[in-house]
Design a protein around this ligand. Structure first.
Ligand SMILES: C[S@@+](CC[C@H](N)C(=O)[O-])C[C@H]1O[C@@H](n2cnc3c(N)ncnc32)[C@H](O)[C@@H]1O
Length: 203
C-alpha cells in the first residue's frame, strides 16, 4: 500500500480559516522580515533564498499541488525552518488572505507571459488593482521585484507602473544584492532568451 501523504505537508501553511486575512503571527511568529514569492513554482528560488538569508522568513504561493510538494520536499531536505508554502490562487491570496503591511519584499518571477493578444489582459503586473493589492501587502518602503523573459509583458508592466502613483521604479543592477535565478529563468536563459527586471519601491 502506498504511504499516506501527511496533511498538511511539511512546511505547508494551511490556514485554519480561509475567509479572513491572516495575521502575520499565523504565518511566521516573531519580528523577522518576511518575503513573499508569488507563483513560486518548484521553489528553487525560495530554497536558495532561505538557505542564504537565514534571518529572513519566506512564504511561497503556488496553485499546483505537484509543485507545492516539491517546495515542501526542498524545504525539508534543506532543513529550512524559514520557508513555508501556501497552496492557493495568488489573486485570492493577495486580495483576501495575506496580511497587509506584512512583507518586506514581494517577488513575482517569471509569471506566465500570456503571449496571445486575447490573453494579454491576464497579465497581473499590468493590472492596477493587482498592483494596488500588492502595495497593500508591503511594509513601508517595501519592494516589488518582477522578472520576465517577455519584452512585451515587461514594457506593458512599465507603462502600467508609470500610471500609478504608489510605486516608483528603482534601478536594479546585476549583482546589486543576492538574488538567485529561478528554475524557469535558468531554463529560459539556457534557451538563449533575455530576462527583463523591474524593481518597484512602495511610496
Ligand atoms: C512560469 S512558472 C514560474 C515559476 C517560478 N516563479 C520560476 O520562475 O521558476 C509560473 C508559476 O506560477 C504559477 N501560477 C500561475 N498562476 C497562478 C495563480 N493564479 N496562483 C498561484 N500560482 C500561479 C504556476 O503554477 C507556475 O508554477
Amino acid at each position: 500500500m502506498p504511504k499516506a501523504e501527511p496533511f498538511p505537508l511539511p512546511h505547508e501553511l494551511y490556514p485554519g480559516e480561509w475567509f479572513r486575512r491572516l495575521d502575520r503571527e499565523e504565518i511566521f511568529p516573531g519580528d523577522s522580515p518576511v518575503e513573499l514569492d508569488l507563483g513560486c513554482g518548484d521553489g528553487s528560488f525560495l530554497a536558495r533564498m532561505g538557505a542564504e538569508l537565514t534571518d529572513v522568513r519566506f512564504l511561497g504561493v503556488e496553485r499546483l499541488l505537484g509543485r507545492v510538494r516539491k517546495v515542501s520536499r526542498k524545504a525539508s531536505q534543506g532543513g529550512l525552518q524559514n520557508v513555508k508554502i501556501l497552496r492557493a490562487d495568488s489573486n485570492y491570496a493577495v486580495n483576501w488572505l495575506l496580511p497587509e503591511k506584512c512583507f518586506r519584499r514581494i517577488h513575482f518571477l517569471c509569471p506566465d507571459p500570456w503571449p496571445k493578444k486575447k490573453h494579454a489582459r491576464r497579465r497581473q503586473m499590468c493590472q492596477l488593482p493587482f498592483l494596488q493589492a500588492l502595495h497593500g501587502l508591503l511594509e513601508k518602503n517595501g519592494e516589488l521585484l518582477f522578472k520576465t523573459d517577455s519584452r512585451d509583458y515587461y514594457e506593458e508592466a512599465v507603462e502600467t507602473q508609470e500610471e500609478c502613483d504608489f510605486f516608483k521604479e528603482e534601478p536594479w543592477e546585476k549583482d546589486a544584492f543576492f538574488y538567485p535565478k529561478t528554475d524557469f529563468e535558468e531554463q529560459w536563459l539556457a534557451e538563449g532568451r533575455t530576462m527583463h527586471g523591474l524593481r518597484l519601491r512602495k511610496i
